[in-house]
Design a binder for this molecule. Structure first.
Ligand code: FAD
Length: 463
């Protein structure tokens, strides 16, 4: 889990838990991911940055200088971000305050805002296989190649994994939401579960409440939607004209495909004892990286926390990109049969590449499709999040939290800075700050607000 360290400013999960008086015990993960790539290229991303660089340069000795220059540029951005107090970039008093305190860091971030990782990698690296490796590094963050991955997003992830490291919460990642919920309730909040919002209630064009599928209505000064922008504006505000800011967002971004997920329990002896927790597999052909089912992600959390499974067993979470179109319109019997067939192919590939005997070691298996993602997360088409329609200008086109509807804010992966746990936590912190300013809990200047919002709106039209 990213953002779960005890240092710096980007450990937003730790900070969110601290804010409600909670702390979780974590297990440091020694390897962020073990890449198994074409031409038998095997690279472990070690927690220690020096070890990772040594392993990569061992594979590409002729590119040592380029490797160092590319990752050093990532560190420049990460260090700038990590030195700032992260709050709303839509709040001018904070923004100017940060600028006067840390002008160099702010200018560094502004310089990289419209840039993508692939262009920067190409400044320093020529080896096509190494550039493909950088694509794979970015793909696991953004589900697109490096040329389409904003440099700021890539840097956050490619550096935090060494700076704060990946830390696994004891008892499983589900514990994070439970801890946060417990802390919120203990601090006076009320959380409604199984509360399916079907529409946002408007009065004179302002968002004033929500309506649930069971007919109940709730009213508030501020409405924050964690549904994607497509769901917020396409479903929860159905019938309203799409604001031009959202038209612009949908022009720049499309919905990324979803995932096919396989959760398995296996006999422990099938995995060698030194197996890493996280793997990324692309067997023979780099061109399949972004294709549906082309690459396979695998996590084995019991390698870090054996208490998650009964003795002598391991848990495997296997997933691969998959479009919902492959699963629509099938009669139940065919849908179930297809799930088995596709899962079997994926498991066979892992058996061949990594773990001989995997199939016969399975004691439990459950397969989820993009429809499962859609159903349980209420995400249109089960999407992973926004994906640029064409080469983006870095993060320039990403909307922040305010919307064209007064009183309505969006938060999550279809807001700046995009997908991934650190990114969505950042979006949450930004949103909380902007809302606090708007309801009078933080300083605000209506004149500066209006000017900044106009400027940001104009900048986004350049994306
Ligand atoms: C298989 C997979 C593996 C991943 N692995 C990693 C990883 O290793 N590291 C990493 O950093 N990121 C990872 N990610 C990405 C990360 O999980 C997402 O970017 C992040 O969870 C998005 O957060 P979000 O809050 O925007 O949306 P979500 O996590 O989808 O949360 C939105 C919430 O809103 C609720 N909701 C939506 N609509 C309604 C409604 N109408 N009424 C009531 N509730 C509603 C949903 O039920 C959901 O709980 C992974 C994603 C997937 C799919």
């Amino acid at each position: 889990m990213f953002g779960f360290s005890d240092k710096g400013n980007l450990n937003l999960i730790t900070q969110a838990l601290e804010a409600v008086g909670c702390k979780m015990q974590v297990i440091p993960d020694p390897t962020t991911v073990h890449f198994h790539l074409p031409s038998n290229l095997s690279v472990r991303v070690h927690r220690q940055y020096g070890e990772f660089i040594a392993e990569l340069t061992k594979n590409f000795p002729h590119e040592k200088e380029g490797i160092l220059k590319f990752y050093n540029e990532c560190w420049k951005i990460f260090n700038a971000l990590n030195s700032l107090e992260l709050k709303s970039l839509e709040e001018p008093i904070y923004l100017f305050g940060q600028f006067f305190q840390k002008p160099l860091e702010c200018l560094t971030l502004a310089y990289y805002l419209p840039q993508n990782a692939g262009d920067i990698a190409r400044k320093y690296i020529k080896d096509p296989q190494l550039l493909s490796f950088i694509d794979a590094e970015c793909f696991i963050v953004s589900t697109v190649n490096a040329l389409q991955t904003p440099m700021i997003n890539a840097s956050m992830v490619l550096c935090d994994r060494h700076f704060g490291g990946i830390n696994y919460p004891v008892g499983g990642v589900g514990g994070i939401a439970k801890s946060l919920a417990k802390g919120l309730v203990e601090n006076g909040s009320e959380i409604l579960y199984k509360a399916n919002v079907t529409s946002i209630i408007l009065a004179q064009g302002k968002a004033v409440g929500v309506k649930l599928s069971d007919g109940r209505e709730f009213f508030a000064k501020t409405i924050v939607s964690n549904a994607t922008r497509w769901d917020t504006f396409g479903k929860l505000l159905k019938g309203e004209e799409l604001p031009k800011e959202e038209v612009n967002f949908q022009k720049v971004y499309v919905k990324a495909p979803s995932f096919l997920s396989i959760h398995m329990g296996v006999k422990a002896e099938v995995l060698p004892p030194d197996t890493d927790c996280h793997h990324f597999v692309l067997e023979n052909d780099w061109s399949r990286l972004e294709e549906p089912y082309g690459s396979i992600f695998l996590s084995i959390p019991t390698m870090l926390d054996a208490s998650l499974a009964p003795e002598g067993r391991h848990i495997l979470h296997i997933f691969t990109t998959s479009p919902i179109e492959d699963w629509k319109g099938l009669p139940l019997k065919d849908y179930e049969a297809k799930k088995e067939l596709v899962a079997d192919e994926i498991i066979s590939r892992l058996e061949k590449k990594l773990f001989p005997g995997l199939k016969s070691s399975i004691v439990f298996k459950e397969v989820g499709t993009p429809k499962t993602h859609r159903r349980y997360l209420a995400r249109d088409n089960g999407t992973y999040g926004p994906m640029p329609r064409r080469t983006p200008k870095g993060l320039l086109g990403m909307p922040f939290n305010t919307t064209a509807i007064h009183g309505l804010y969006c938060v999550g992966d279809s807001c700046f800075p995009g997908q991934g746990v650190i990114a969505v936590a950042f979006s949450g912190v930004m949103c909380a700050h902007r809302v606090a300013a708007d309801i009078g809990l933080e300083k605000k200047s209506p004149v500066l607000d209006a000017a900044l919002l106009r400027l940001l709106g104009w900048l986004r039209t350049l994306a």
